[in-house]
Design a protein around this ligand. Structure first.
Ligand code: ATP
Ligand code: MG
Length: 248
């Protein structure tokens, strides 16, 4: 059975705690994600997808609940430990690319490795390899404002892969791209999943893109209202044998 990378139990997120305008945005999320899965998270605007992504990505701590990321209890980490685990375990891809404007493509991809303490030569070599992986090796000296949207996102994906993270976490990565470019970016995620065995969590508004993944988790008003399935989920024995009988 594949390794469990994410285990969330009863995750609650509130804002303005104790104030009259207190808001509860996540209402007790239970979510397991195993190594090698490609999962889409969908839901209406304001349903809590990005809030959940911030939790999964250890950008923020839950108000209540338990979260283990690759066997580390995230709820107990201080800010410095959070940033260390983030840099090691998570590769982020955002709708707005979030590249450093003054740095060229190569430098942008090197940055997470610099933070991780990797030596310059090794860093540059790996950054070039990653740019090749997303077919951006010819543009490595270009700065973000010299690249198209799709090219920027490919650089951002190469950067997300820099420290060989356990999980690629992408929030609306095709949201700022036209549909053709969006599909090209989606094809890169498929390649990372199929060929590199990457675990990918993709937040998207697009039912079409979600349908290309293996599993769709739907959020509504801060709760998971449907989950097409974690194939690694332990089932009670009785259920297993029932499934076997009915499958015959
Ligand atoms: N820092 C914050 N303080 C207070 N409320 C917040 C904060 N961040 C998010 N919210 C609220 O939480 C709710 C969920 O926001 P979130 O960004 O998670 O939605 P989303 O599902 O990602 O939406 P979209 O599809 O538009 O990106 C919204 O009602 C938002 O106003
Ligand atoms: Mg969002």
């Amino acid at each position: 059975m594949a390794r469990k990378l994410i285990m969330m139990r009863n995750i609650i997120k509130r804002y303005y705690i104790g104030q009259p305008n207190e808001l509860q945005i996540l209402n007790g999320i239970d979510l397991d994600i195993h190594e090698g899965e490609f999962v889409a998270i969908v839901g209406a605007s304001g349903s809590g997808k990005s809030t959940l992504m911030n939790m999964i990505g250890a950008l923020d701590r839950p108000t209540e609940g338990t979260y283990f990321l690759n066997d580390t209890d995230v709820s107990r980490l201080n800010d410095k430990q959070l940033s260390t685990i983030r840099n090691k375990e998570i590769g982020f891809v955002f709708q707005t690319f979030n590249l450093i404007p003054r740095a060229n493509a190569l430098k942008n991809v090197e940055l997470p490795m610099l933070y991780a303490g990797m030596k310059k030569k090794e860093r540059q070599e790996r950054a070039m390899e990653l740019l090749k992986l997303v077919d951006m090796q010819d543009r490595y000296t270009h700065k973000p404002n010299e690249l198209s949207g799709g090219q920027k996102q490919r650089v951002a994906i190469a950067r997300a892969m820099a420290n060989d993270p356990s999980i690629i976490l992408a929030d609306e990565p095709t949201g700022a791209l036209d549909s053709k470019t969006g599909h090209m970016v989606m094809d890169i995620f498929h390649r990372l999943h199929d060929e590199e065995g990457k675990t990918i969590v993709l937040i998207t508004h697009s039912p079409e893109l979600a349908a290309e993944t293996e599993r769709i988790v739907t959020i509504s008003d801060g709760s998971i209202i449907s989950d097409t399935g974690d194939k690694n989920k332990e089932k009670p024995d009785a259920l297993n044998s029932e499934t076997e009988v009915s499958a015959e």
